[in-house]
Design a protein around this ligand. Structure first.
Ligand SMILES: *[C@@H]1O[C@H](CO)[C@@H](O)[C@H](O)[C@H]1NC(C)=O
Length: 406
């Protein structure tokens, strides 16, 4: 007869299970502690020679001449130039140190994005803020409409119908990344990208349009000193259209309104604008599923200045100071993101774009992206040239939606 099984192994197993559970808890606590509070050791300081070499390489890539005092009235003397060069190198060194530290942390899995030597690598945070931002925040009513243009729109309703991902670049509705240079005209670039988008979707023609016309001719805004995308839409609606980039090119500074182009070259038209409901990323998703959308964000953070790739989840507030354009959204490794077109050249970010974390716990969205979004609408009755009516336009819209939902 077989002896009854000794109770010892069972007890041993139980003890083992308890021990494992405790170990797992401890390990989890340890893991939790290390990922939230332990600092990744700062990477070794780069040798002076290496920093200088990187600085020279960066300067030739980004076309910085000897002195960065380009906007100074008086030519600086030799001593001043030397002093300025020394200062720039130190700012670059400090930024590089910050970038290296962040990337070491990213390598350790603490960040979902990386930093790099963007066109702003020799600027202090204050200089960066003063140079490239230019969105004028305001009090807003959300959900307002202006003008008409409701004829041509077919919105999928309800969360279930929304596509999981969309990228208007792949659907031929986004032009090349532009460069606002040292002009605070981000708002005009944001608005134009949204107009280019709806124009391409409605007409099938992707045409690069003129920021300079809006900067020069829209009296509601302050050109390179800042403005608002909705005012830019209103200007284009009121003007009856907007000229092409090629015919009215960007000059990097405020110019005089070219009335003949303003009056005679109305290549693309819009008929109205819609404000997306504020502080609701689902509402923004519904809008971006239909077309590129102008969004305002807080881009004043140091991580934003040096962003180079990945899903941006860095520190930022909600003091809206920059206008950009949401041209799609998606998810990667369980993290949702917005695809955002910027106007800082293709040398910043992911070839000029930034992916920003989507569906964050705060209703404002990351960096306030869901606070003040708007888009232009187009009524194809007013489309010059084609003569197509709403039936055709709606059919085209349905094709786009089918493509999106496929
Ligand atoms: C957010 O927007 C969605 C889609 O338009 C809507 O169904 C939902 O009720 C909104 N949520 C809030 C809190 O307003």
């Amino acid at each position: 007869m077989r002896p009854t099984r000794s109770p010892v192994p069972a007890t041993a197993l139980l003890l083992l299970a308890v021990a494992l559970a405790l170990a797992a808890t401890a390990a989890a606590r340890h893991f939790y502690t290390t990922t939230t509070t332990t600092r990744v050791p700062a990477p070794a300081e780069r040798a002076d020679e290496e920093v200088r070499r990187m600085y020279e390489a960066w300067k030739s890539k980004h076309g910085r001449g000897g002195s960065s005092n380009d906007d100074c009235d008086m030519a600086p003397g030799d001593d001043e130039q030397e002093e300025d060069r020394r200062l720039r190198l130190e700012v670059f060194r400090d930024n590089l140190r910050y970038i290296d530290k962040h990337n070491a942390e990213a390598d350790a899995g603490l960040h979902t994005f990386r930093l790099g030597l963007t066109p702003f690598a020799d600027l202090t945070l204050d200089e960066y803020r003063g140079r490239v931002l230019g969105f004028r925040a305001r009090a807003r009513r959300s959900g307002a409409r202006y003008g008409h243009g409701h004829g041509y729109r077919a919105r999928p309703r309800g969360g279930d119908l929304l596509p999981d991902a969309i990228d208007w670049r792949q659907l031929g509705a986004v032009t090349e990344v532009k460069d606002q240079q040292q002009c605070g005209g981000c708002w005009a670039f944001s608005a134009v990208a949204a107009i280019e988008g709806i124009n391409a979707i409605a007409t099938g023609n992707l045409v690069s349009l003129s920021e300079q016309e809006i900067i020069d001719c829209d009296a509601q805004d302050s050109g390179c000193d800042g403005g608002q995308m909705e005012n830019a839409f209103r200007f284009v609606i009121g003007n009856g259209g907007i000229d092409t980039e090629a015919d009215y090119p960007f000059i990097g500074t405020d110019g005089t309104c070219d009335a003949s182009k303003e009056n005679n070259e109305k290549v693309a038209t819009i008929d109205g604008l819609v404000e997306v409901a504020s502080n609701n990323e689902t509402a923004l998703q519904e809008a971006v599923a239909i077309q590129p959308v102008s969004v305002a964000i807080d881009a004043s953070g140091r991580a934003f200045q040096h962003y180079s790739s990945g899903i941006f989840n860095g520190p930022c507030g909600t003091s809206l100071d920059h206008g950009v354009t949401a041209v799609g959204y998606g998810s990667e490794s369980g993290k949702d993101y917005w695809i955002v077109k910027n106007s800082w050249s293709a040398s910043w970010g992911e070839a000029g774009y930034i992916r920003m974390r989507r569906n964050v716990p705060r209703p404002t969205g990351k960096c306030g992206i869901a606070m003040d979004a708007s888009y232009p609408v187009k009524d194809t009755y007013h489309d010059p040239g084609t003569g197509t009516g709403t039936a055709t336009a709606t059919a085209a819209a349905m094709d786009v939606i089918k493509m999106v939902l496929a």
